[in-house]
Design a protein around this ligand. Structure first.
Ligand code: NAD
Length: 354
């Protein structure tokens, strides 16, 4: 890249990654106060790709735990979407409200540039497309930009389309038909993905029950899609065919599962299962769970096209349709082996990594 990338005060240091991970790299820059980590979980399918999170971690151990957990998740998500990308993630340690600056983001970009294409970054919690534009001033190993030839912009509509196709696939598997007419879908969270999904479901004839802590969002869904609005703590109790978690992670706790009245769970949120027991609990309750990292893979397909410099919409559509095919594979194997779908999903993805 340009001079700023090579003429750098950013000091990088290899740390010992946890077992099963390929690399863990720390960067510090005295001029800007940058303290960042990149975890590369796997390069088996291609260069590692995953976003950058900025968070004020109390200890470096907390940051390492988070960046490694998230980078492993990206290996699975990228492989689930059958992308030629491995799994990685980065974190910047600091408060995004008070410690972020264009200079800091450029220093982070010089760090990424020194990894010479083993890792591509993009935005995540605490980091915006504008921040990534500063990163892009000093390195080419960045995606999630709003301008440029292959810029992918907001991935949410693509994520929502993937959720929509996976939801139909789940109904088809469970009920023998993917017709949404009159089906009741309870959506938790009407943000970028949830609202877009609500529009698609309404268009397809579904009835919506929605909740959000943002009153404006629920009002829009009520006015635009005739949705029934319930309080955030009521959404789990609704009689619905599908519960679609599209807010924060960890929605499927033991208590939440006990309260659920839906037969299917298909949604966009990351890390929906609150702990390792919850997938089995869903199965025991007779609820078919569509594993989150397959269902919400549309977003990474969008980012991947920017990294791989692909502009053909047919590629996007085929990868997204592939999410539903992978999901059906998981359901079939789960039925055959009498195991919960989240266990089978991990096994299937691990076989793609061998
Ligand atoms: P967002 O921040 O735009 O929307 C989240 C919505 O959930 C907000 O409207 C918020 O008010 C609402 N919310 C928060 N707590 C709630 C609660 N207790 N009950 C009801 N609503 C609540 O986020 P998003 O981009 O729409 O993403 C939604 C989820 O999907 C997140 O978990 C995200 O990590 C995941 N995801 C998003 C994408 C993407 O392309 N945006 C891709 C993959 C995964």
């Amino acid at each position: 890249m340009n001079d700023a990338a090579t003429d750098t005060s950013v000091i990088i240091r290899e740390l010992k990654p946890s077992a099963g991970y390929e690399r863990l790299v720390e960067a510090r820059d005295a001029d800007t106060g940058l303290h960042a980590l990149v975890s590369i979980h796997s390069l088996k399918r291609g260069p590692a790709a995953g976003g950058c999170r900025m968070f004020n971690y109390a200890k470096i151990e907390d940051a390492i735990y988070d960046v490694e957990r998230l980078s492993r998740g990206m290996t699975y998500k990228n492989a689930a979407a059958e992308l030629p990308l491995g799994g990685g993630k980065s974190v910047i340690i600091g408060d995004p409200k008070t410690q972020k600056s264009p200079e800091l983001m450029r220093a982070f970009g010089r760090f990424i540039d020194q990894l010479a294409g083993d890792y591509y970054t993009a935005e995540d919690v605490g980091v915006s497309p504008q921040d990534m534009a500063h990163v892009a001033e000093v390195t080419a190993y960045v995606a999630g930009l709003e301008g440029g030839e292959f810029a992918s912009g907001d991935p949410s509509p693509v994520t929502a389309r993937g959720v929509f196709l996976c939801l139909k696939q789940t109904l088809k598997h469970g009920l023998g038909s993917d017709d949404l007419t009159g089906k009741v879908i309870a959506i938790q969270g009407l943000g970028h993905v949830g609202m877009s999904l609500a529009g698609m479901l309404h268009e397809a004839g579904a009835e919506l029950i929605v909740s959000d802590i943002n009153d404006e969002a629920v009002r829009i869904a009520q006015d635009s899609f005739g949705a029934t609005v319930v309080a955030p703590d009521e959404i789990l109790h609704q009689r619905a065919d599908v519960f679609a978690p599209c807010a924060m992670g960890g929605a499927l706790t033991a208590d939440a599962i006990a309260a659920l009245k839906a037969r299917f769970v298909v949604g966009a949120a990351n890390n929906q299962l609150a702990d390792d027991t919850c997938g089995q609990r869903l199965k025991d309750a007779g609820i078919l769970y569509a594993p989150d990292y397959i269902v919400n893979g549309g977003g990474i397909v969008n980012v991947a096209m920017e990294i791989l410099k692909i502009s053909d919409p047919a590629y996007r559509e085929s990868r997204i349709a592939g999410l539903a095919t992978t999901l059906e594979d998981v359901f079939v194997r789960a039925d055959e082996t009498d195991q919960p779908p989240h266990v089978i999903a991990d096994q299937l993805i691990e076989s793609r990594l061998r």
